[in-house]
Design a protein around this ligand. Structure first.
Ligand SMILES: *Cc1c(COP(=O)(O)O)cnc(C)c1O
Length: 429
């Protein structure tokens, strides 16, 4: 049995899978495959689930969402969130340019990442971002120099490595001692003291981010307690912290995982901060996956069914270049036939792409009732799907559409083959 996550925005109506009010079969016919399909309603509902905790009943704000856009940075998605009032968490100057192009406001941007270049610092200072989340003394030193050369004061926060185990996949766990991320817990105070001496850096916050696809709340509470302790210690040495950025990482259900509901999760953390006496702090969340993961799927067409000696293969027109997570993390995505009542017999398949790599698989041992030419939907593909896609095997990246009620908007054209080598040059004769 393949288990299907609870979805909002995608459902079976009259035996056919739909995105909101549009059948996936119609989308496949109009836009071709592979195509990423997003639901505006699912995006909006996920954002509002955070907002429900971020706003007090009297309308006062106690926290703000900064969407970690590396999860999905299509301009239409950023624009949906910007209109809802989101801030953004960026990790490059490229992402900053996307925020600005999508109508986001730079004063709600936090700039994370372990390796910011000088040019990226210049761009972010000139745009006037809310805060730089810094991770080392050399980075602090460089930012102070760059800000000084522009005559601008940079608002900064230091990313603490709280050394807690988020109990997730090692590639997406970031808050343990062995990770490249953050400032070692024991060095945090001294690093803030160094920052306090830098004339072009203004200390405004403290941040942490312990990992991704976290399905339990306890690692967050552990991390929070350790960071709150630091805030008090910093206050003791005369360093005032105005905002606390808890990072992202809340998991989603890909199959049978049961992460806390978004509003409960956010309320638990915010109530914990208040109960410990830190209710005066401005709190930031940086969710990525939990806002977009289950708001998108990847639509693909079956090219061939290939019986093998020990396995049956279902070869589809999407591949690891379109959705890297299975190949990279052995991640599970539920895969369904978009026609729920197919007359084909049920067979167990490995769903694989056309790429010349054995790692090119999208799902293993999946019972499906399908025939050549049918379409499949690879569910929960809204986060780290398109943004991690590549042109490997000179395959153009997929089209992306957003469904809003009964309307389908093309939000990224399928890449043409010519565009894939348009920047390349043959040597002179
Ligand atoms: C990736 C990342 C996030 C978002 O993580 P999700 O698991 O997608 O919620 C938030 N903050 C930082 C610093 C990140 O690197």
């Amino acid at each position: 049995m393949s288990l299907i996550p609870q979805l909002n925005g995608f459902s079976i109506k009259n035996n056919n899978w739909h995105a909101e009010d549009v059948s996936l079969a119609n989308i496949a016919q109009e836009f071709g495959t592979p195509t990423y399909v997003y639901s505006r309603k699912a995006l909006t509902d996920a954002f509002n689930a955070y907002e429900a905790a971020c706003l007090r009943p009297n309308g006062d704000r106690r926290a703000r969402v900064h969407y970690a856009m590396k999860a999905n940075s299509n301009l239409a998605i950023l624009n949906v969130f910007a209109k809802l009032g989101a801030g953004f968490d960026i990790v490059s100057a490229g992402e900053l340019a996307r925020v600005l192009a999508a109508g986001g406001s730079p004063d709600k941007v936090v700039f994370s990442g372990v390796g910011k270049s000088k040019a990226e610092m210049v761009a972010a200072l000139q745009a006037g971002v809310k805060c730089f989340n810094l991770e080392s003394i050399p980075e602090l030193t460089r930012l102070n120099e760059v800000a000084g050369s522009l005559g601008i004061k940079a608002r900064i926060s230091l990313r603490v490595n709280p050394d807690v185990d988020p109990k997730t996949h090692p590639y997406i766990s970031t808050g343990l001692k062995g990770n490249k991320f953050g400032i070692a817990y024991d060095d945090v105070i001294a690093t803030y003291q160094a920052a306090a001496k830098m004339p072009f850096c203004e200390i405004v916050g403290i941040d942490c981010h312990i990992g991704s696809q976290i399905t339990e709340i306890s690692p967050y509470l552990d991390a929070l307690d350790r960071v709150l302790h630091l805030i008090t210690a910093l206050n003791g040495v005369g360093i005032k912290i105005r905002h606390l950025d808890i990072g992202g990482g809340l998991g989603i259900s890909y199959t049978n995982e049961t992460p806390p509901a978004i509003t409960d999760f956010a309320n638990t953390l915010l109530n914990h901060i208040e109960a410990k006496g830190y209710g005066h702090l401005e709190v930031l969340f940086e969710p990525g996956r939990s806002l977009v993961g289950n708001a998108g799927l990847l639509l693909t067409t079956i090219e061939y069914l290939k019986p093998g000696e020990t396995k049956n293969f279902c070869i589809v027109d999407a591949a690891m270049n379109d959705l890297m997570r299975p190949a990279m993390y052995e991640a599970y995505h539920a895969i369904v036939s978009i026609n729920d009542k197919s007359a084909s017999p049920e067979v167990t398949y490995d769903i694989v792409g056309p790429i010349c790599e054995s790692g090119d698989w999208l799902g293993r041992d999946r019972p499906l009732k399908v025939a050549q030419g049918d379409q499949l939907a690879i569910l929960s593909a809204g986060a780290y799907g398109f943004t991690m896609s590549s042109n490997y095997n000179t395959r153009g990246r997929a089209a992306e559409v957003m469904v809003d009620g009964s309307t389908v908007h093309l939000i990224r054209e399928r890449e043409s083959i010519e565009s894939l080598f348009a920047n390349e040059k043959i040597l002179p004769a």
